[in-house]
Design a protein. Structure first.
Length: 301
């Protein structure tokens, strides 16, 4: 299968379509994304329950975190594939519903390929990250283990207790951004191939790598826009949140929480929808059948 090279403006177009996502079937798309967001919260809820509810020690909590992370490696690919299929059906006028996001858990829906591709990309990403640290000679893992251990302590450690960052960590982070961008492109295009084009794991990996290398410039453009947009959203969220908290605090602290919670949920939901929408349209541009024209009665942002 041939992948296509797009111009720099494609990075903005993918995000624009992500923002416009759901105009055809908002109930299905927003519902599916909301279900995925709820599932994504489960590991954090388990960790909080064990750490503060059952008062488990730091080592036990870390063990549970490791187990939930391992489970997520197998579950998330199915959810991502499910969301992409719901989006594809909605954007092409086929009937679908929010709960179809769980169809990938059923036999005969390519669960093995989705899990296999997700696990393979995770292993390759971790391998690349470890190799990069080893080549740069940075004692990252020892420092990170100390930070995590201190974060689990009760009472919590003070900032002064946190060990100094190892030399060369800035270089690692810089290379990490480049590695992350590359694997992000491979993940997006490859997952689209597995979930929507019924390609094999190896074929999807090759398509993802080739498609990413052909579209480095639009991917970088998209990443820059995402960073700037995320900063703007955080500022807007903080300002509105502070205003709601101030209004609520005049009545009762609980009222402030009740006012802020819907804002936080809406923020996460919009973030997820745009992210999955951009993923879908990036795949569709680079490896799918190409973008369809927006009808004359539809307005794009």
């Amino acid at each position: 299968m041939t992948t296509r090279a797009m111009g720099p403006a494609a990075g903005w177009r993918w995000l624009k379509h992500g923002i416009n996502l759901g105009r055809h079937n908002p109930k299905a798309i927003f519902g599916a994304v909301a279900l995925v967001a709820l599932v994504a919260l489960i590991p954090s809820l388990i960790q909080v329950l064990l750490q503060y509810g059952l008062k488990l020690d730091a080592e036990s909590v870390l063990m549970v975190v490791g187990l939930t992370t391992l489970a997520s490696i197998f579950i998330y690919p199915l959810l991502i594939g499910g969301v992409l299929r719901v989006i594809d059906a909605s954007e092409n006028g086929r009937p679908t519903q929010a709960t179809a996001v769980f169809d990938t858990f059923k036999p005969g829906h390519g669960a093995g390929r989705l899990i296999g591709f997700g696990v393979l990309l995770t292993v390759l990403y971790i391998g690349a990250f470890v190799a990069m640290i080893a080549m740069l000679g940075v004692d990252f893992f020892s420092w990170y283990a100390q930070v995590i251990s201190m974060a689990m302590q009760t009472p919590a450690a003070t900032p002064a207790d946190v060990p100094a960052m190892p030399d060369g960590l800035g270089t690692v982070m810089a290379f990490g951004v480049l590695v992350g961008l590359f694997f992000g492109g491979v993940y997006t295009i490859g997952f689209g191939q597995v979930a929507l084009a019924n390609r094999g794991i190896g074929e999807s990996l090759a398509d993802g790598a080739k498609g990413t290398l052909k579209n480095v410039l639009p991917i970088v453009v998209a990443a820059i826009i995402v960073i700037l947009g995320f900063i703007a959203m955080i500022i807007a969220f903080a300002l509105v949140g502070m205003l709601l908290a101030l209004i609520g605090a005049m009545l009762h602290p609980t009222v402030a929480l009740i006012l802020i919670a819907p804002l936080y949920i809406a923020f996460l939901l919009v973030l997820y929808v745009v992210m999955f929408g951009a993923m879908y349209y990036m795949w569709r541009d680079v490896a799918g059948e190409g973008l369809t024209q927006v009808p004359a009665n539809q307005v794009e942002l």
